[in-house]
Design a protein around this ligand. Structure first.
Ligand code: ZN
Length: 399
């Protein structure tokens, strides 16, 4: 047992468990006896204080003593198993939790708690099939815990088993009344996108409709529907949907713009694209729209106009690395005498633009240069928002 002294004791493991214990506490012989024992409870509090003061070695010492004094204590074994898991010693965690579950005299709540922890051990060990059956068993047992559902969803998300993820979400909704529509809309989009890739347009359409039915404001559902419509030959109908989207979802404009611009191009509507961008620029005045207008001018060889629009932005105190990069490129163009240093500046600005984060997670702060629907940092859905704001002068910020 002395090896236990080497453990680190994360506060989260214990506090989460204590919260669960408090939630599901029910009268039980052993628990009643523990509560009545001043020895155990004072030790427990001492251990907890060490934890809160981040004196982890001392906290472990206390918990190990507790196990040695009373080897029957279920709760302490659960905590120790969790600590092994947190430290990456998953085999030990599994052994401790398995031994607990094998005990014949566990209360229902204790058994469910030990099972839940065992499922987490399996997950950490990468034994997803076993974890899945443990969580399913808990759900079948009618455990009133949200965690088995959440962890099952996590497994299905990892394995891209979207249909199963939908089913477990429906079960959870039914059991808890929690609204998981936006999550299920994403799962339908995942299914629809892969159907679309395989050319199964009918199935893709069904998933797009299901996603929009679950979450009418889903930008992803809208993009999927537009893609399916276009694949079916209804390009104009798709464009009608897409054109209206930026004003309904101004925070998603950088994500919508490339798709919409591409749509105009496919239809050969270059002039309408320019008019549409101008109107949007007048209403939203965000960098991505202004930049799209400038790029269109540069593409059509209207360099002076592009330069004029950049200078207008700068005079309004609106900067962005992309804007400066276009400006420097325009100045460099056609000038055979451009000094080496200036070319270096143009290159540096291009690299800066590439490295600028395009999205940030409002939940965990994760930043990425590429957008995605699920945050790679915290695995939240719809939490990554495009960064589309001007770098302004401090003076103009005050104005
Ligand atoms: Zn995040």
């Amino acid at each position: 047992m002395t090896q236990l002294l080497w453990l680190l004791l994360p506060v989260a493991a214990l506090s989460g468990w204590l919260a669960a214990r408090a939630r599901y506490r029910r009268p039980h012989a052993r628990e009643a006896r523990d509560a009545a024992s001043p020895f155990l409870s004072s030790r427990y509090i001492r251990g907890l204080n060490y934890l809160l003061n981040e004196q982890q070695d001392k906290a472990i010492e206390v918990f190990v003593e507790m196990v040695e004094v009373d080897s029957e204590t279920v709760e302490t074994h659960i905590v120790l198993g969790n600590l092994f898991r947190r430290r990456g010693e998953v085999d030990r965690a599994i052994r401790i939790h398995q031994n607990l579950i094998a005990r014949p005299n566990l209360s229902l709540v204790q058994r469910q708690q030990a099972l839940l922890e065992l499922g987490k051990d399996y997950m950490k060990a990468g034994l997803l099939d076993r974890a899945e059956s443990v969580f399913n068993e808990l759900i079948k047992d009618g455990a009133r815990l949200a965690e088995p559902y959440r962890l099952l969803r996590e497994i299905y998300e990892q394995e891209k088993e979207w249909q199963r993820a939908i089913e477990v979400s429906q079960q959870q909704q039914k059991a808890s009344g929690e609204d998981l529509s936006s999550l299920m809309a994403h799962y339908h989009c995942e299914l629809g996108e892969s159907d679309l890739e395989q050319g199964a347009l009918g199935a893709a359409m069904e998933h797009a409709r299901a996603a929009r039915g679950l979450q009418p404001a889903s930008v992803r559902g809208l993009l999927l529907l537009a893609e399916v419509l276009r694949a079916r030959g209804d390009a104009r109908k798709a464009m009608k949907l897409l054109r209206a989207a930026p004003e309904q979802h101004p925070d998603m404009v950088p994500l919508l713009l490339p798709v919409i611009i591409e749509g105009f191009r496919r239809l050969g509507d270059g002039e309408e694209l320019e008019r549409w961008l101008l109107r949007l620029d007048e209403r939203l005045a965000v960098p991505s729209v202004r930049l799209a207008r400038i790029d269109l001018m540069i593409e059509q060889g209207r360099r002076d106009e592009a330069r004029g629009l950049i200078e207008e932005s700068l005079s309004q105190g609106r900067y962005s690395p992309a804007l400066m990069q276009r400006y420097a490129t325009l100045m460099e163009h056609g000038d055979a005498e451009v000094p080496q240093e200036f070319r270096a500046l143009v290159d540096a600005l291009a690299r800066l633009e590439e490295q600028m984060p395009a999205v940030r997670c409002h939940q965990c702060g994760f930043e990425a240069t590429q957008p995605s629907w699920q945050c790679p940092g915290c695995h939240g859905w719809d939490t990554l928002k495009p960064l589309d704001e001007w770098q302004t002068h401090p003076e103009s910020r005050r104005a």
